[in-house]
Design a protein around this ligand. Structure first.
Ligand SMILES: [Zn+2]
Length: 345
C-alpha cells in the first residue's frame, strides 16, 4: 500500500510501505477514504520538530471504511463508515470516563514515531471499540468534509472554546486564523458568544471567519493587537480567549487580551518550553487551560449540528488533492496558499 512519509523538513514523499494489518485482537483495519493535512504537520515540515532517521508516517485525521476487525472488537464491523479521532483511546479507563480521551491509559496518537499515520491508503486502528465512531451516512455523503473535521479541527476548536469557558453573551477573542481558529469561531458562536473577535491577517481566512460568525477582525500584532482588543471590549479584554497557534508571541497575546477573571483555552501545540505572560496571567486571575482536545468525547455532541446543517466546519477545506499530490498539499499549506487540504482516495 502507499503512505505519506516525511524524511526531513520539507521532504514529504508518497512511498510503498508494508500493508497495514490487524495486530491485536482489539484492532480494526480501516481503508481510508478521506484524510487531511493538519497545521501541526507543518511543525516538522518547517524543521521545528525532530523526524526519526527512518522517516515519519504522517497524518492523524481520517474517515474510512472498516475492512476487518480483530476477534475482540464488539461495536465495529466490516463495512462501517467511521471517523477516526487523532488520538486512539479505549473508552473505558478512568480518563476516558472523565471525557479526557487524549490522556487514555492505553491511548496514543496517530502519525507519530509510535503509530502509523492516516495520510495512507489504510491504517491499523488500536482499541477500535473506543477509538472509532461509526457514522450514520454513506462514505460519499455530501457532508463528508464537515464530518472529517470531527477527527480534529472542529473538536479542537470546540475544546478551545470549552476550556476558555465560552458561554452565552460573552466576548470571545480567537488568536489564529488557521483551520482550528476558524472552527473556534464556529464553536464560540455555537456556544452563544455575542462578540467574536478574530486575530488574523490573511484576507481569505478573515473573510471566511466573518461568514462563520466573527464580528470583528484585529490584524495588528503584539502590543497593537492587545490595545485593539481592549478598545473593542470596553477597555477590559475578552472574557474568553481561544489560542489556536502555539507560538510564544501568540500565547503572550492570548493571555494579554484576556479580561481580569477571564480564561484562555490553548489548543495550539506549544513550541516553547515556558509559558509566556506569567505575570499578567497571575495579576489578572486569568485561567490558562486547554491542551490536546479529547475530540472523541465531543463527536456525539457536535455530530447532530453537522447532520442538521447548523454548522459547516467543512468550509475550512479549500483544496482537495489525491494521495500523489500530498507533497504539493504540504507546500500549499506551508506557503499559506491553502487553509486546509483534504485528501480524497
Ligand atoms: Zn482510556
Amino acid at each position: 500500500m502507499r503512505a505519506t512519509v516525511m524524511h526531513s523538513a520539507g521532504d514529504v514523499r508518497i512511498e510503498n510501505v508494508a500493508d497495514s494489518r490487524i495486530v491485536e485482537p482489539t484492532d480494526a483495519l480501516v481503508v481510508v477514504s478521506r484524510a487531511c493535512i493538519c497545521g501541526s504537520d507543518l511543525w516538522p515540515y518547517r524543521g521545528l520538530e525532530d523526524i526519526p532517521e527512518t522517516g515519519r508516517r504522517m497524518g492523524h485525521e481520517a474517515i474510512g471504511v472498516v475492512e476487518a476487525v480483530g476477534a475482540d472488537v464488539r461495536t465495529m464491523k466490516a463495512g462501517d463508515v467511521v471517523v477516526m479521532p487523532f488520538a486512539y483511546s479505549d473508552g473505558t479507563c478512568v480518563f476516558c470516563h472523565e471525557g479526557l480521551h487524549t490522556s487514555c491509559i492505553r491511548g496514543g496518537f496517530f502519525g507519530t514515531a509510535a503509530m502509523d499515520g492516516a495520510q495512507a491508503e489504510a491504517l491499523r486502528v488500536p482499541v477500535a471499540d473506543g477509538t472509532l465512531f461509526a457514522l450514520p451516512v454513506g462514505k460519499d455523503d455530501a457532508l463528508m468534509p464537515s464530518l472529517l473535521t470531527l477527527s480534529d479541527v472542529m473538536g479542537t476548536g470546540h475544546h478551545a472554546a470549552v476550556t476558555a469557558k465560552v458561554s452565552p453573551g460573552k466576548s470571545v477573542a480567537v488568536v489564529g486564523d488557521g483551520a482550528v481558529g476558524l472552527c473556534g469561531v464556529i464553536a464560540a458562536r455555537r456556544l452563544g458568544a455575542e462578540h467574536i473577535i478574530i486575530l488574523g491577517r490573511h484576507a481569505d481566512r478573515i473573510a471566511l471567519a466573518r461568514e462563520l460568525g466573527a464580528t470583528d477582525v484585529v490584524s495588528e500584532r503584539g502590543d497593537g493587537a492587545v490595545e485593539r482588543v481592549r478598545q473593542l471590549t470596553g477597555g477590559f479584554g475578552a472574557h474568553s480567549v481561544l489560542e489556536c497557534v502555539g507560538l510564544e508571541d501568540s500565547v503572550r497575546t492570548a493571555i494579554s487580551i484576556a479580561r481580569p477573571g477571564g480564561a484562555v483555552g490553548r489548543v495550539g501545540v506549544p513550541q516553547g518550553e515556558t509559558l509566556p505572560a506569567s505575570q499578567p496571567a497571575f495579576y489578572n486571575n486569568v485561567t490558562v487551560s486547554g491542551g490536546p482536545a479529547p475530540v472523541r468525547a465531543y463527536i456525539e455532541e457536535l455530530l447532530p449540528d453537522i447532520l442538521e446543517g447548523r454548522i459547516e466546519p467543512g468550509r475550512v477545506f479549500d483544496r482537495v488533492v489525491s494521495l500523489d499530490e500530498v507533497p504539493d498539499g504540504y507546500r500549499a499549506m506551508d506557503e499559506r496558499e491553502a487553509i486546509k487540504v483534504m485528501i480524497e482516495f
